[in-house]
Write a new protein. Structure first.
Length: 375
């Protein structure tokens, strides 16, 4: 009990300090930076927390206020964004009577705190090779961590992802499927996690690898099918809604043309391979995520994450852009766990990593506050 209280207090402290870094960055941005030239006369804000609503946040708030809209006109529409997060904002807003913006901030920060608690416990129990305190700090001070406190889905996605993996490893497979159901109603990337856990389910419960002569377990195979159907049902429900409302089950994909995203457009990647700051902030996380996913194939206790990591980097890159790779990498929590493993025995490298990461968190929060695109 004493150890549990100590861990909760530690995580809470890390959460508060890391969120303070975000707030400091926002105040610095509001004080010393000007908006980009094309926005200098368009942004009117009264409170500092409005700086946590940038880009995609406007679409989520629009969904809460006006519902979904879509037309095949080549323009941006909010159907590109999955429904669970705006639904939660609507529920919290109805209860608190605050505002969709404030409700979104509350949800994001609450989910991030729960995610850090889950990450600490998950690391402690299933990754004894790593340091759970250091893992929690690496996640909390992740350079792009401003998204964990803004009106974005990153915190909710991370929380549900950790819950799904935790329940799966605890042997509570249907609870893990429910977590995946909610994930696939949060972001398309939730579908990348399903095959990672599905393959683990197949080779540990249906066809145990060490026992090559074991017969196929029919009941476990049926359970796997049911598990998989539940896991993807969040996405299926959203697709069904789009078919009924707009006549296209894939409207969320069709609308991506407005953002110039198109599967198979690999040649566009070459145009982004030049070393300006924006490209570096996306190319470096993409390289780290890809390299780690390949490495994890050869590490027994990390192999379960490889498929998820490979899909999370290769599918977005297949649309011809490195855009948002920093955000995709920040929810790949095995990076923080493995970082905790690598750095736990080297105090100097650990301190350098945390100081660098927390400093970047402040800097990127400063840029985020003034609409400089960091995602």
């Amino acid at each position: 009990m004493k150890r549990t209280l100590r861990n909760v207090f530690f995580v809470l402290t890390v959460f508060v300090i890391s969120r303070a870094c975000v707030v400091i960055g926002i105040f610095l941005g509001r004080k010393f930076l000007s908006f980009p030239a094309d926005l200098s006369n368009k942004v009117l804000e009264k409170t500092w927390w409005e700086s946590l609503a940038r880009w995609d946040a406007g679409y989520y708030i629009d969904i809460v206020l006006n519902g979904y809209h879509y037309l095949p006109d080549g323009k941006t529409h909010n159907i590109a964004f999955f429904p669970l997060y705006p639904l939660l904002i609507r529920i919290v807003d109805d209860i608190t009577k605050l505002s969709p913006l404030m409700s979104g901030i509350i949800i994001s920060n609450a989910c991030f705190l729960v995610a850090l608690l889950l990450l600490h416990r998950y690391t402690e129990k299933y990754h004894p090779d790593s340091n759970p305190d250091l893992t929690a700090m690496l996640m909390a001070f992740f350079p792009f961590g401003v998204f964990f406190s803004s009106v974005y889905t990153e915190s909710l996605f991370l929380c549900l992802c950790l819950f799904s993996f935790f329940m799966f490893r605890e042997g509570k497979t249907m609870l893990s499927a429910i977590g995946l159901f909610l994930m696939t109603a949060t972001r398309l990337a939730g579908l990348f996690v399903v095959p990672a856990l599905g393959l683990s389910y197949l080779f540990t419960r249906v066809i145990p690898f060490p026992k090559k002569k074991s017969p196929l377990k029919g009941r476990e195979l049926l359970n796997l099918v049911v598990w998989g159907l539940v896991a993807i049902s969040g996405f299926v429900c959203f697709a069904a809604y789009q078919q009924i409302s707009f006549g296209h089950w894939d409207a969320f994909i069709r609308v991506q043309i407005a953002w110039k995203d198109r599967v198979g457009n690999f040649s566009s990647l070459l145009s982004e391979m030049h070393p300006d700051l924006y490209n570096v902030m996306n190319i470096v996380p993409a390289g780290i995520l890809l390299g780690a996913s390949i490495l994890f194939l050869f590490l027994k206790n990390y192999r379960i994450y490889s498929v998820w990591g490979l899909l999370a980097v290769l599918i977005p890159l297949s649309t011809g852009t490195f855009m948002s790779m920093g955000r995709y990498s920040m929810v790949f929590f095995p990076l923080a766990i493995y970082g905790g493993c690598l750095l736990k025995k080297t105090a100097i490298l650990r301190d350098i990593a945390l100081m660098t990461s927390s400093s970047l968190l402040v800097v990127l929060s400063t840029l985020f506050a003034k609409y400089y695109f960091i995602g």
